[in-house]
Each structure stands twice: as structure tokens, then as C-alpha cells.
Design a protein. Structure first.
Lengths: 258, 301, 305
């Protein structure tokens, strides 16, 4: 579904991503690990179509991003759900309205406004069902800022799901939540992706969670892929090398690219 | 200077310098004040009223706790409404003028505030706009922005009473000119503040909506504006309170708001009536002030 | 209706609704719309023949006097402007400026003082310490009364517009600059006192309660703890209110005191609309300068605090 070939993203003089080669098949669940600043967020923004590659190609579902017009790019974006680190919800709105906003990408301005202000019953039903799946159906009409952090995260996930996406990206969904909630959040993401056949990419700090839930792990270090293989095959030193701040590494395995 | 002098010797240097800076600043400000008083030829003697003024003051302030409940004139035409009813009516007119002015000011403030903000210039991070749009954005947008800012400044720099005087000279006594006189500077101020609030609103939701494929207009209206809206509404309410005060003062120019009756009763030496109207105004302003505070609390919660 | 929809309906009925906000909004909207029908605004009249001829006559009279029947001449304009400035314009501008500065300094110093007895945490029996019991009630009542008294005074000072205060003071004190200065100072004292009290109430009280724990008196806590913490914020409010004082000082002259407003009113009474217009522009120019200085001052305060 995602196919990156030598993709690089440069902001001015800063190289955020350097020659990324990556292939993700539809329905896969991949965990991304690495320090903040290693390029995980930029990579996700590439996958989402928010940023175009400065060099190389990025193909989402067969469409090369570089050649798309803005309109077409928006359609690509609408197919990928993104759960942000800071959740990006409107605090004083009800949960219902925050979730409904997920589908703006598929609606015109007029339809979008109408859906948000006077949501049709089918949409409300759908939102309710999604909230059931993430576990907070009774919060449908609650104000979002009255919810706990973990519940708000589920709202953000629900919003991404309401897009009816083909792929789901979650950027550091566990950083601001306590360990127990973190686990259930990641478990929820993987479970739903499996049930819906979504392609799932989650970036994490927590290596245990990454190892537990994801069959495939990609390590990022300073804008490059440090390793990309099945979880069982990743060695301990490779994990450690990600968190090495600039020191040259002994083994040759850590910098190998796929 | 009292309690702090003993502690001075053990404070870190930067804090001491900070305190020195503050003291210098205070001295400068007090000095400026002193200069101003000297410039105006004001001495403490000027604060003491002359015998005539003292009489007026005495008579006036002695009525503070006993405002008139009926007219104080010796002769009152038979079909005049009771005083209290007139006070309420005057208050009502004051509110009506202020509300009309605010409705105009809000419209102007929203439109001009949008044009004077830079938030709508922001392009898509992935680029991809046609060359015409990019060109328009680079050339036309700054012009719109600049001219709107100039217009707003001009609107704001003239006090509403001066606008009232100008419109009075142009059109004579007309209720519409009263509302417009308040609406112009208030619209300008609303526009400036709204623009600032929009530009400073957090962009997180807007970016998230963009990431799910929303168009730029959707992003602006549904993702950016709602983040700024609570503050904008709170400020607009504060402006409404100010509009009430300005509307009352317009009465001094002949409009049938509270100021007119205050001035008239004062000149007729009916000090009790003056206090009645004063308390009415005070009540009006306090109610709106309390209302706006209550709203702000509910909004924030 | 399916089971799902029944659940949704019951949730909908139980949803939290902010009645106060909704009714407030409806009331305000109704007010703003209906005001146009209640207020005798005669909008159609406005565009009538008579009004438009009046307007064009007025606009014609805005043209400076020397150039009424002649083509535009720069030297004449400059001469006319110079004359106006020399006669009254500059002096009046200076007076307006002085009034604004005198008033704001008075309001600022008194406002800072008054903000203390208006702040809840300052006036509490045990200042800046969150008290769990009202054990010293007799003492507390006195302080409490003092606090509410101060607040009432500040609210009253604020609620009455500056123009009104000036009108009253003018009758009592006579036509010097004093009524204007006092009126502006009193009104702004109310505002700065309230803002100051809010700042004091919102200050991080941990350091201050520590001082209290050491046995410091209210005076000592204010000077050592409160003052450094709140000075910058108060200064920002101070300069912001100065801007407003400049605007109001211009206009107060219309009551008969010698600021720009006096000459504006004077010109209007003599039907010299060109002079009046010029003086209004002069006032706007003064306001602009004041805004710039205030913005600069506030920027400096923000940078160095």
C-alpha cells in the first residue's frame, strides 16, 4: 500500500529523512521506533500526504505523491487516518462533533458544514457504533474536555476511523498516557486494524509494547532506517543503537538498510 | 525601603538588577506624572473647590443615598410619565442604541478582522497550488492585509464622540448617526483584536483536519475559527459593556439616552434625579459586567 | 426504531446542555436584531434627498477655508494648517497629552494600592494561605467588609463613564484641567484596581504563603513577594489604559476644558467645519502616536520581564 523509494525530505538545510526505502503491504501492522527527532513524524506525514518528498518517490496505493495535484492529494489524505500525538481535538465541542469532523475530507464545504451542524441520523448511528468499538459509547454527547486523557485518545481514534480509511497512522499514542492505558490504546489500535483490514503504522518509544503488538518493526535513526524486519529477528544491539546519541557503533548490523 | 533592604545583600545579582530596573521605571513614570501636573499648572489648590463649587458638591453628594423617586420640579405637566419609568425607558434606549451599534460593529469586525489576519494566507504544506493562486497570494494578499490594517487604524483613532460630532454636523440629530458613530471605532477595535486572536489561535486542529483531506476553507472555518471563538466572544461582550457607556454619554449631545437626562436634571439643580439616573446607569453596567463574567466562567468550564 | 437508535436517543436526552449560555445567546441575538426596529432609526430617511444634499454641502465645507473658491494650492494649505497649529492646535495637543499622563500616573499608583485591599487572598485573615477554617471569624468579618467595600468603590468608579465624572467635577471644581484629570484618574483607578486585584488573586501563592509562614506582615509580603511577581503584568495594563486615556482626554475638552475637544466643539459651534475636521485629524494623529508609544513600551516590558 505504501511504497517509498529513496524518499528524502529536506527542510531548508535540515535533512529530516534521508533515502528511505520502505514497503508496507495492505493490512500490515508495523511499529516504528526511534528517538524523537529521528524522523518518525516526518515519515508519517509523508505517508499521509501532508508533505511531498524532496527527492525520491512516495507511492500511496499506487499513486505517486509528487505528481498529484492538491485535489488528488486531498483524496489520498482522506484515505489515511491520523491520530496525532496531541490528539488535536476541539475541547468545547461534544464528542459527536469532534468525531464527525473526520469525514470533512470527503465532503464539500457545504455538506461538511451541514453534517457538523445538523448531523443526519445515519452519521450519528455510525459514530455511535465506532464509539462502541473504542469502548466509550456513552460519551457520545459529552463535552470533549470533560473526558479523561485516555478517553480523549479514544475519541481521536474514533475520528480517524470515521474517515473509513484504508490506513491508520498513530504518532506516539502512548507518550502522554500512563502505562496501563498505553497498553490498552495500542491493543485497541491493533485489534481494530485487524478487524477492518487496515494498514497500521504506529510510532512508539516503548520497545516492550512495540515488540508485543507488532510483527514487524522499523527503527529510525537520524532520518534513516536503521533496521526493518520481523520483530523476532531484531537483535538487542540494534534497539540500543537507536538510542545511541551520535557514537559510532561496533556491530555492522545496526545501519543496514533493507 | 523597609523589609527588603536586609535581604538585598544575599540576593543574586540579576535579581538585584531587576529590582533596580523596576525602581528606575517607577521613578520615570512618577516623574512623567509630575511633569504633566506642572505642565497643566495644576496645584493642590485646584483640587479644592471654590465656595460656589463647594455648595454644589455639598448639595449633590448629600443626595447620594436618597435618590429622587419622583420629579423634583415644582411644576410637572399632567401627562408626564413617572420618574422611575422614565429612568427605565432611558436605560432601554441606551441599551437599544448600544445593541444596534454592536450589531454593526460585529459585522464590520468579523469581516475586517478576517482580512487583517494572516491566517488565511497559509498555504498547504504540500504546495501544489496553481501558479495563479500562488501569485495572488504573494501580491494581492499583502495589499488587502495592509490596506485593511490602515482602514482599521483610521476607524479606531477617532473617538466615538468625535465621530458623533462629525455625523451630527453632517446629518443633524439622527439616531442612525448615533449608532454608526459608536459602530465605527468599535468595529475597528473588534477587527484588530479578532485578527490577533485568529492569528494566535492554536493550529493543531486545523492541521489535523488538513491531514484528513479537508479543503483550505473547511480547515479555516471549522478548524481554526472555533479555536479562537471563545476568546472572541468574551471580548465582544466586553465591548458591548463599553458600548453601553458610550451610548449613555451620547445623551449629552441630545440623544435620548441616560446622559441626556443626567445633564438636564443636573442643570436644573435636581440632584436627586441625577442620582436616580446615575444609579440606573450603574445598575445597567453592573448587570452586563456580571453577565459577561458568568458567561466566561461557563465557557471555560 | 432499532435498539441502537433507542440508546442514542436516551443519550441525546441526557446530554449536558448549558442553558445559561444558550439563553444568553438567544437573548443577545434578539436584542441586536430587534434594536433596529425599536430604535426609531429611520434608515430610509437617511438616504433621502434632503440628507444627501446636506451631506454634500457638509463635505464641501470640510475643505479648508482659504481654498473655497480656488483650485488647490499647497502653500495656502500649509499656511492655513500652520496658523491653526500655532493658534490652538499644538497647545491643545500638549494639554491633552499632559492630561492623559497625569491621569494615568495617578490612576496607576492609586490603582496598585487599591488592588491590594480588593484582593481576596490579600485580605484573608491569614493572607495568601489557603485557610480551611473560619476560626478567627470576628477579625475575618472586618477584613471581609473592607474588601467588599473597596470592591464596591472600584466598581462604581468604573461603571460611571469618564465623561460623566468630568461633567460632575467640572461643576464642582471649575474650568481648570483638574476635573478632566480627576475624572480620568477615578475611572481608570476603578479599572486598574480591579485588574490589579485579579493579578494578585491569580499569583502563584506558594512563595507568598512561605513568606507568611515566616511571619511576614502584609506589607512585607507585598514588597518582597507580590511586587516583583506582578509588576510587569500591571505595567502592561498601565500602558494599555494610557492609550485609552489619550483618546478620552481629547474628547473631555468638549465639556469646556482646554483640551483638543474644546477647540473642536468651538469650531463646530462657529460652523467652521474645516477647522473642526482638521482638529479631529490632529486628535487622531495624537492617538496614533500614543498607540505606538504604548505598543513600544509594552513590547519592552514583555522582553525584559
Amino acid at each position: 500500500m505504501f511504497h517509498l523509494n529513496g524518499a528524502s525530505v529536506t527542510y531548508g538545510s535540515t535533512v529530516a529523512l534521508d533515502s528511505i526505502n520502505l514497503q508496507i503491504r495492505p493490512g500490515e501492522a508495523v511499529g516504528f521506533v526511534g528517538l524523537s527527532g529521528a524522523g518518525k513524524t516526518t515519515l508519517f506525514r509523508l505517508l499521509n500526504g501532508m508533505v511531498r518528498p524532496t527527492r525520491g518517490t512516495v507511492q500511496v496505493n499506487g499513486n505517486s505523491l509528487a505528481s498529484l495535484s492538491l485535489e488528488e492529494l486531498r483524496q489520498v489524505r482522506a484515505q489515511i487516518g491520523f491520530v496525532h500525538q496531541d490528539l488535536s481535538l476541539i475541547p468545547n465541542l461534544r464528542v459527536l462533533h469532534n468525531v464527525l469532523a473526520g469525514r470533512l475530507g470527503r465532503l464539500s464545504l457545504w455538506q461538511g458544514a451541514r453534517t457538523l451542524l445538523f448531523p443526519p441520523r445515519s452519521c450519528v448511528n455510525e459514530v455511535y457504533e465506532i464509539l462502541q468499538r473504542v469502548g466509550i459509547p456513552e460519551k457520545l454527547y459529552q463535552r470533549t474536555d470533560r473526558l479523561s486523557g485516555g478517553q480523549r485518545q479514544r475519541v481521536a481514534i474514533a475520528r480517524a476511523l470515521f474517515q473509513r480509511p484504508k490506513g491508520l497512522l498513530a504518532d506516539e499514542p502512548v507518550s502522554s498516557v500512563d502505562p496501563a492505558r498505553a497498553r490498552s490504546a495500542v491493543s485497541l489500535l491493533t485489534q481494530i486494524s485487524r478487524e477492518e483490514g487496515l494498514t497500521l503504522c504506529v510510532s512508539l518509544h516503548n520497545l516492550e509494547l512495540a515488540r508485543e503488538f507488532f510483527p514487524r518493526l522499523v527503527g529510525l535513526r537520524k532520518g534513516r532506517i536503521a533496521f526493518d524486519r520481523a520483530t523476532e529477528e531484531v537483535k538487542e544491539e540494534e534497539f540500543q543503537s537507536l538510542y545511541d546519541l551520535g557514537a559510532a557503533n561496533g556491530g555492522g548490523t545496526s545501519d543496514r538498510e533493507e | 525601603m523597609g523589609g527588603t533592604s536586609g535581604a538585598d545583600s544575599i540576593q543574586p545579582v540579576s535579581l538585584r538588577r531587576g529590582m533596580g530596573l523596576r525602581r528606575i521605571l517607577i521613578l520615570i513614570i512618577l516623574g512623567a506624572g509630575l511633569w504633566a501636573f506642572i505642565q497643566l499648572n495644576l496645584t493642590p489648590a485646584d483640587l479644592i473647590p471654590n465656595p460656589g463649587g463647594l455648595q454644589v458638591a455639598g448639595k449633590f453628594f448629600s443626595r447620594a443615598l436618597s435618590p429622587a423617586l419622583t420629579y423634583e420640579a415644582e411644576f410637572v405637566p399632567a401627562n408626564t410619565q413617572p420618574l422611575l419609568w422614565k429612568a427605565i425607558q432611558a436605560a432601554g434606549t441606551t441599551v437599544v442604541f448600544a445593541a444596534a451599534a454592536m450589531s454593526l460593529a460585529l459585522v464590520a469586525g468579523l469581516i475586517l478582522g478576517f482580512l487583517a489576519s494572516t491566517a488565511w494566507w497559509v498555504g498547504d504544506p504540500a504546495g501544489g497550488r496553481s501558479a495563479t493562486v500562488v501569485f495572488l497570494r504573494r501580491s494581492v494578499a499583502p495589499i488587502i492585509y495592509g490596506s485593511t490594517r490602515v482602514l482599521i487604524t483610521l476607524m479606531r483613532s477617532v473617538h466615538e464622540l468625535l465621530w458623533a460630532v462629525l455625523l451630527l454636523a453632517a446629518f443633524g440629530l439622527s439616531h442612525l448617526s448615533a449608532a454608526v458613530a459608536i459602530a465605527i471605532p468599535f468595529g475597528g477595535t473588534l477587527a484588530k483584536i479578532f485578527a490577533e486572536m485568529i492569528d494566535e489561535a492554536p493550529r493543531d486542529v486545523a492541521e489535523a483536519y488538513r491531514g484528513s483531506g479537508a479543503s483550505s476553507t473547511q480547515v479555516y472555518l471549522l478548524g481554526l475559527l472555533p479555536r479562537a471563538l471563545p476568546d472572541m466572544i468574551a471580548y465582544a461582550f466586553y465591548r458591548f459593556e463599553c458600548a453601553l457607556r458610550s451610548s449613555a454619554i451620547l445623551g449629552f449631545f441630545g440623544y435620548p439616552t441616560l446622559g441626556f437626562f443626567i445633564a438636564a436634571s443636573f442643570e436644573n439643580l435636581h440632584y436627586g434625579e441625577v442620582w436616580t439616573y446615575l444609579y440606573t446607569l450603574f445598575f445597567l453596567v453592573t448587570v452586563v459586567d456580571w453577565w459577561s463574567g458568568a458567561l466566561r466562567k461557563r465557557f471555560a468550564v | 426504531m432499532s435498539h441502537l437508535e433507542l440508546e442514542i436517543q436516551s443519550l441525546y436526552r441526557q446530554r449536558p446542555r448549558n442553558h445559561f449560555v444558550i439563553w444568553s445567546g438567544a437573548l443577545l441575538l434578539t436584542l441586536m436584531i430587534s434594536s433596529w426596529f425599536i430604535g426609531d432609526f429611520h434608515i430610509s430617511d437617511f438616504l433621502s434627498e434632503r440628507h444627501l444634499t446636506n451631506l454634500s454641502r457638509f463635505l464641501g465645507e470640510l475643505v479648508p477655508h482659504p481654498m473655497h473658491d480656488q483650485p488647490f494650492s499647497l502653500t495656502l494649505t500649509i499656511g492655513w494648517v500652520g496658523e491653526l497649529l500655532w493658534e490652538n492646535g499644538l497647545a491643545a495637543t500638549g494639554v491633552t497629552l499632559a492630561i492623559s499622563v497625569a491621569a494615568i500616573v495617578l490612576a496607576g499608583s492609586l490603582g496598585a494600592l487599591f488592588s491590594l485591599p480588593a484582593a481576596r487572598n490579600f485580605m484573608a485573615p491569614d493572607p495568601f494561605v489557603a485557610s480551611l477554617s473560619e476560626s478567627r471569624q470576628g477579625w475575618g468579618l472586618l477584613w471581609s467588609a473592607a474588601m467588599w467595600g473597596t470592591r464596591a468603590f472600584l466598581i462604581f468608579a468604573r461603571a460611571i463613564p469618564e465623561y460623566l465624572w468630568a461633567f460632575l467635577f467640572l461643576a464642582i471644581l471649575g474650568p481648570t484641567a483638574a476635573p478632566a484629570v480627576l475624572a480620568l484618574a477615578l475611572h481608570n483607578l476603578g479599572i486598574l484596581g480591579k485588574l490589579g486585584a485579579e493579578v494578585v488573586e491569580n499569583t502563584e501563592s506558594s512563595g507568598l504563603s512561605a513568606l507568611r509562614g515566616l511571619g511576614a506582615s502584609r506589607l512585607q509580603i507585598s514588597l518582597a513577594g507580590l511586587f516583583p511577581l506582578t509588576f510587569s503584568r500591571f505595567l502592561l495594563f498601565f500602558f494599555y489604559r494610557w492609550e485609552t486615556c489619550v483618546r478620552e482626554a481629547t474628547v473631555l475638552g468638549m465639556l469646556g476644558i482646554v483640551s483638543l475637544g474644546y477647540w473642536i466643539q468651538d469650531a463646530r459651534a462657529r460652523n467652521h467645519y474645516d477647522e473642526m475636521f482638521f482638529l479631529v485629524l490632529l486628535g487622531a494623529f495624537l492617538v496614533l502616536i500614543g498607540d505606538l508609544i504604548s505598543a513600544l513600551a509594552r513590547e519592552i516590558v514583555r522582553r525584559y520581564s
